[in-house]
Design a protein. Sequence first.
Length: 282
Amino acid sequence: MSQIEKYSEFETAWCPGCGNFSILKALKKALAQLELDPHQFCLVSGIGQAAKTPHYLLCNGYNGLHGRSLPSAQAIKLANPELEVIAVSGDGCHYGEGGNHFLAALRRNMDITMLAHDNQIYGLTKGQASPTTAQGQKTKTQPFGAPSMAFNPVAVAVTMHANFVARGFAGEVDHLAGLIAQAVQHKGFAMVDILQPCVSFNKVNTHGWYKERCYKLDDSYDPTNWEAAMHKAQEFGDAIPIGVLYTNDRPSFFEGLPVEPTVLARQEPDKEALRKIFMSYA
């Protein structure tokens, strides 16, 4: 059995041509590159087409509420620091319903990875504008164009000095796999915003549209330069940079705790302390 085959194959409910297929392939490649066995990582999701990803891998998986994948992911990491925890969901889930949790996770800086399937539309609920839909873009529920300015998740993450900020493209599977692997390995909160086509409901941001605009950051770019990262994070339109936009080594959440977290399942309760508690009610 190859490294990738151990994550198994499952029948999916995604539309043919959906960018989620390429992202799933890239994720498997990244996990294989990291030599992680299914029991060594946990995929956590919310609600949406992207949030079905944990259903299609052999792994530890958890489906939370819409927009609530990050709180669940952080709780799982606290309960078992030995697990690699990856929160995977869509742009609506992470940046809309889960927008407050995204900001809190950036501040908390726990050692988890967030993957955002960013198709700039709500796919599961049939084509409403999402937080990343371009202002003025027409959708099924915004026939005169989305009235609000688009949310820029990578710019927000760089602004808040997130430990690892990257943008990938579903059409560049090997490149994306490398970004995911780097994100998992980097200490602290790591995010990869992944541009992907929604063939059913987004007729603007197609595979061809992304392909014409996305370009890879080369070795001359320094991701530790915050000012340069802010400039690149604002670049979206005729040219879209993909790659690692920003990194730093800000101490992670665990490093700031007075005691080192341990796996809860291995801890033995203090039976004498419990006895005293019970007797206090006698």
